[in-house]
Structure formats: structure tokens, C-alpha cells
Design a protein around this ligand. Structure first.
Ligand SMILES: [Zn+2]
Ligand SMILES: [Zn+2]
Length: 350
């Protein structure tokens, strides 16, 4: 059984996951099945799991991009002719070596058509977008890619000292007064965090990912390779412990914010000293999150448009083409100049 493991129950052809119906569909005979129906047909979920896990590591394809260094995983039914990160056509297709073992994933809920529609809506408000971004050939390159994340659960015990002030103003007939009182406050709290996501792929820009968050983790499914058909995927290239350091920073920052938000009725409040003890729960997981992505090169720099594959939230950092901008204003300017001279000529004639 190959990676795109779910075979059609009526004709035996490979099936693909359909984001719109959240079912597996057979393009050959048109049949479609829910996950439950497939599991039922295979006997038990365990049977299915064993069968898919046996080939997990050796049966994936991938391409390597000599231009930008990307390594992108896909199944046998999915083809790639250019690199999703840099657009290069010089990609080299290989069999995947090494581990790729996510435990869960959030399946795509939006389609490529949704992503293109979102991009077109985004484009509408941007009059001076470079032509590279309006070229239909480039827009077609929007790709669905699963980005690997660790999601951490942890507890943060915080002890903080806060310097706070209260300010009072009043005046009499001769003076205005300001009185500032200084306070030293200490606060302690234990905050439980669930699902702190940390991006495990170096190539995917963190700021873009932060902008299209949040994901709804209630919709996490057990990983099955068949979710990959038609989509690309990245795998981890950052060490799990290194990633936990990033999760820790996010957790302690949120914990401090939570504590400060409880300190009310002061004019100013700043944390002077802090002490955090962080315990990671072993419920942390390696998951894949769905993202639609378009990378376009403009003046030797890559620009990204990305959309959350689950919620449809999107972000772009597409630049302004100043040449286009000036051309536009020059046209308007010369247009009005022409009108003015026309009036002057008419006036002189009368
Ligand atoms: Zn079929
Ligand atoms: Zn590349």
C-alpha cells in the first residue's frame, strides 16, 4: 500500500481528501466516504494504522530545491514542477529519507479556489501591486502546504515584583500640585497553557504564521498520510528542545500579561523582577497545520501571501511598485495639465 493509502471501497482507485466535504473522494468512479466509513471497511482503526505506518518513512516522495534549500514532502499522487518557496523549476525529485512522523493534523477546510478568491480580494485594494502578483500564471501557483508545529502544554508558576505608581493632581489659587505615590507589589500565579504552537520549519516565516493564527485545535485529527494527497508538506528541521525554548518565552510573556492585567487602579506598572518555573506536560504534540501560500519574486526579493487553510484568515506583505505608482500620478498630472492648457487656449480665443 502506498502513502496515499485510502483506496476507493467500490473501485480500488486511490482517493484524495476533499476539504469542502471533509470526505475522501474517488475521482475515478465518483464515490466518496467519511473517515468512519473507511475505518469500518478496513476492520479497525488499528489495522489501518498498522498498514499505513509500515511504510511511513520510505514511501514518501520529496523534492529538494538547489536554489533555496527547501525540502518538500508529498505523496505519489501529487506532482510538483516548481519550488513553492522560490519558484525555481530546477527541483530534484527524490524518495524521502529519514523520519517524517507527525502525530496529528488539522485537515484543510478551504480549497485552492477559496485561496485564489481571497488573494484577488486582497489584491483589489492594492492599486500599485507589481505585475508579478497580478499575473494569472503566478496566482495559479498558490499551493496548499502543511507546516510542522510542536504544540506544547505547560504550567508556568510565576513570582513577580511590580513597581507601580498612583498620581494625583489638584490646585489652589496659587499652585498646581502633583503627588506621585510609589508602590512595590508582589504577585504570584500559576497559569496553565494549552496548545502553544511553535513553527518547526525554518523556511516558513514566523511572523506570517503568527498573523494567520489562531488555529482551532479542537479539529485536530489523527495523522493519516492520505490527507497529503494534493498537498505539500514540510517536516521538522528544528530540534524539539530548541523549540520548547520559544514556547517558554511565549508562555512567560502571556503569564506576565495576565498578572499585570489583574493589577488595576495604578497609573503605571512595570515588572521589576520575575521568577518563572515552567513544567512541560507530556501531552505536547507534533502536528501539521494547513496553510495556503504564494511566494512571488519581485526585484530579487521574495514576498509572501498566506492564508490559514482552516479559517481562511490571510495576510500579505506584497510591496508597492513605485514605478507603477509614479506612472499613475504622472498620467493624472499630465491629464490635468492638458485640461488647463485647453482652458487657457479657449479663454484666449473668446
Ligand atoms: Zn472509485
Ligand atoms: Zn526553492
Amino acid at each position: 500500500m502506498n502513502v496515499s493509502d485510502y483506496k476507493c471501497l467500490s473501485c480500488g482507485a486511490n482517493m484524495r481528501f476533499d476539504p469542502t466535504t471533509q470526505k475522501w473522494v474517488c475521482d475515478y468512479c465518483g464515490a466518496s466516504y467519511t473517515k468512519e466509513e473507511i475505518i469500518k471497511a478496513y476492520g479497525t482503526d488499528e489495522n489501518l494504522k498498522n498498514e499505513t505506518e509500515q511504510k511511513l518513512e520510505s514511501d514518501y516522495s520529496c523534492y529538494n530545491c538547489p536554489n533555496c534549500g527547501a525540502e518538500i514532502i508529498m505523496d505519489d499522487t501529487t506532482t510538483a514542477t516548481y519550488c513553492v518557496y522560490c519558484g525555481s523549476n530546477a527541483i530534484v525529485k527524490n524518495k524521502l529519507k529519514g523520519k517524517f512522523n507527525p502525530t496529528k493534523l488539522i485537515p484543510f477546510k478551504t480549497t485552492k479556489e477559496d485561496a485564489i478568491a481571497a488573494f484577488k480580494a486582497y489584491k483589489k485594494g492594492k492599486l500599485f501591486m507589481p505585475n508579478e502578483f497580478t499575473n494569472p500564471i503566478n496566482i495559479e501557483k498558490i499551493s496548499g502546504i502543511y507546516i510542522p508545529f510542536f504544540i506544547y502544554d505547560c504550567d508556568v508558576e510565576s513570582d513577580v515584583n511590580i513597581k507601580a505608581t498612583r498620581v494625583r493632581h489638584w490646585s489652589d489659587s496659587s499652585y498646581r500640585y502633583t503627588k506621585t505615590d510609589f508602590y512595590n507589589l508582589s504577585r504570584a500565579a500559576t497559569v496553565h497553557f494549552e496548545n502553544i504552537p511553535v513553527d518547526g520549519a525554518t523556511k516558513f516565516p514566523d511572523d506570517i504564521m503568527n498573523s494567520i493564527e489562531p488555529f482551532n485545535y479542537d479539529e485536530l485529527q489523527d495523522f493519516s498520510p492520505s490527507y497529503l494527497s494534493g498537498f505539500l508538506s514540510e517536516r521538522f528541521d528544528i530540534d524539539k528542545n530548541q523549540l520548547f525554548e520559544i514556547a517558554k518565552v511565549r508562555a512567560t510573556q502571556s503569564s506576565e500579561q495576565a498578572i499585570l492585567s489583574q493589577v488595576t487602579s495604578y497609573a503605571t506598572k512595570t515588572i521589576e523582577t520575575r521568577n518563572h518555573k515552567i513544567t512541560e506536560n507530556d501531552t505536547s504534540e507534533y502536528v501539521l497545520l494547513p496553510v495556503w501560500m504564494l511566494n512571488v519574486k519581485f526585484k530579487e526579493k521574495m514576498y509572501t501571501f498566506a492564508m490559514n487553510g482552516q479559517t481562511g484568515k490571510f495576510i500579505g506583505n506584497v510591496p508597492v511598485d513605485w514605478k507603477k505608482f509614479w506612472k499613475y500620478w504622472t498620467l493624472i498630472f499630465s491629464g490635468s495639465l492638458l485640461l488647463t492648457s485647453l482652458f487657457v487656449i479657449l479663454f484666449n480665443l473668446l
